[in-house]
Design a binder for this molecule. Structure first.
Ligand SMILES: [Zn+2]
Length: 510
């Protein structure tokens, strides 16, 4: 997520420093109720109606496949979901347990688990916060796959623009918009033989996401006329109140719904269709006439997408969706980004956050979606790169504004702190952004000076090539430099990093 700087009010409430905790709260229960920090053992489910399907081993697919059927009660802000997860065991070892991360259960009162089956049979499971641990009996052999079926409900919360959780408005609703970001379960990434769930935190993001394929069917009832869905992927079916979308090689599948969207679009030179979903208030009445912030955001989106594709490699989808969000700041998802509505309303030309944040969020299609990282422990790996992309966008399209950007975005805030901090180390969102985003972008600029512009961008391009589809680490990022380049950049690392010494990775460990 990007920063929200416009007014001091964004930072007047000091946020308590949440501590990462590994403590699980175990509460026995037998009936489906709101499930934050509760345990199902076993989850109540109706009796099986069919015998388990035959083993699909050894023809397991290469990636996890999610098939989702969601019934959305738009008026009442309720969603009933059946999510089928076909998971291939590529871990190289048998698995007696697997973990799904259910981000929508990170806050209370939203998520209710109604049923869970593994290969058609009931299975024991524990839900602690967002971590859903499922026992596998028998264990899942290497190279084999299994099918998990989840049935759950979501009761969306209203977005309180001034509230502590306003930044989580990507999962919530305003009077004119319903946002479904991080609403579905994902299979936890495995690292070091463990399933990874990072503790939720009010500052930053905490997701570590593998690529998966998504096939999502939406049936919407109790909706006003003209409801539109802003969603990524290929539209397979589109009838009133009924949509089916598929999206391959994506970290999650997220969308937004509104009957007030005004949609505009433009193709990039590379043929990607960029669609902008904005509201009427994005057209600002001034004494000079109408200032169309939506048109400006679309232009920024098209230009930045083309530029990043040239620099870092092709954008992987046919469409990119940009949504004016009724919540502060911005948020990246696979094939869709939100840009905070305030930035549209306060637009007054290029020297505004609308351009900065649009260019930032779109760069996350590379630094998040194409190449993932541990957003909790290594947040600089996507956020510093995304912030530096703001600068290179301005360098290319608004070179007269380069000094303005450094002053407005970075220098006037006198940023402090180690770039390689985790999201758990900061007393406030401001302090986090200053260290990770702003000093991070200074570090990247200094690295570019150390290496030379051509070698610097060659490095980033190779990072995308090597990291595409994976969850990358700082060690792998640095290991793409030659020994000479590592030596040339040592002083810069010493200035910005808590751990400036690089652990060299052997090629076979890449
Ligand atoms: Zn960001």
């Amino acid at each position: 997520m990007t920063l929200f700087l416009l007014a001091a009010c964004g930072f007047t409430h000091a946020e308590e420093r949440p501590l990462p905790t590994t403590t699980a709260f175990v509460l026995p229960q037998t009936t489906p109720v709101p499930t934050l920090d509760r345990v199902f053992h076993p989850v109540a489910t109706p009796p099986p109606t069919a015998s388990p399907p035959p083993s699909t081993c050894p023809e397991a697919q290469s990636r996890t496949r999610h098939t989702v059927s969601a019934e959305i009660d738009y008026l009442n802000r309720l969603v009933a979901v059946r999510q089928t997860v076909d998971y291939p065991n590529r871990a190289g070892v048998g698995l007696s347990q697997m973990v799904l991360n259910v981000k929508s259960n990170a806050a209370p009162g939203i998520f209710t688990l109604d049923g869970l089956r593994v290969n058609g049979a009931e299975a024991a499971a524990q839900l602690n916060g967002q971590r859903l641990s499922i026992e596998l009996k028998p264990p899942l052999k290497p190279g084999c796959s299994l099918t998990i079926e989840l049935n759950f409900g979501l009761r969306l919360m209203p977005i309180d623009p001034a509230g502590r959780n306003a930044y989580r408005g990507y999962l919530g609703y305003s009077p004119r918009q319903m946002n479904l970001g991080h609403w579905l379960a994902t299979v936890a990434t495995r690292a070091g033989g463990e399933w990874i769930t990072r503790e939720d935190n009010s500052i930053g993001e905490q997701d570590v996401l593998d690529e998966a394929d998504w096939d999502v069917t939406l049936a919407v009832k109790n909706a006003p006329e003209g409801l539109r869905v802003a969603a990524p992927g290929v539209m397979q079916d589109n009838q009133p109140g009924h949509w089916r979308l598929t999206l391959e090689r994506a970290r999650e599948f997220s969308l937004s719904l509104s009957d007030a969207f005004q949609v505009s679009g433009q193709r990039t030179a590379g043929g990607v269709k960029v669609e902008l979903y904005a509201f009427e208030d994005a057209r600002i009445q001034t004494q000079m006439g109408v200032l169309d912030s939506a048109a400006f955001a679309l232009d920024t989106a098209v230009k930045s997408l083309e530029m990043y594709a040239d620099l870092f490699g092709a954008y992987p989808y046919e469409r990119l969706v940009v949504v004016q969000g009724d919540f502060p700041d911005g948020m990246e998802f696979s094939g869709i980004v939100f840009v905070g509505g305030e930035y549209f309303l306060r637009f007054n030309g290029p020297t505004s956050y609308l351009m900065i944040i649009t260019a930032h969020e779109i760069s996350h299609q590379w630094w998040y979606n194409k190449v993932a990282n541990d957003q909790a422990l290594d947040p600089w790996l996507d956020e510093a790169l995304a912030t530096y992309c703001e600068y290179i966008f301005i360098e290319e399209f608004y070179p007269a504004l380069k000094d303005w950007w450094w002053d407005f975005r970075v220098n006037r805030l006198s940023p402090e702190g180690f770039v390689d901090s985790t999201v758990y180390e900061f007393p406030s969102r401001r302090a986090y952004i200053n260290a990770v985003y702003l000093r991070g972008t200074r570090m990247l600029h200094d690295l570019r000076a150390d290496l030379g512009t051509d070698a610097f961008f060659d490095w980033l391009r190779r990072y995308v090539e090597v990291g595409s589809g994976r969850v990358m680490t700082p060690e792998r990022f640095w290991a793409l430099l030659t020994p000479e380049q590592l030596a040339a950049t040592q002083a810069t690392r010493d200035r910005y990093l808590r751990q400036p010494q690089i652990v060299v990775i052997a090629p076979e460990d890449f």
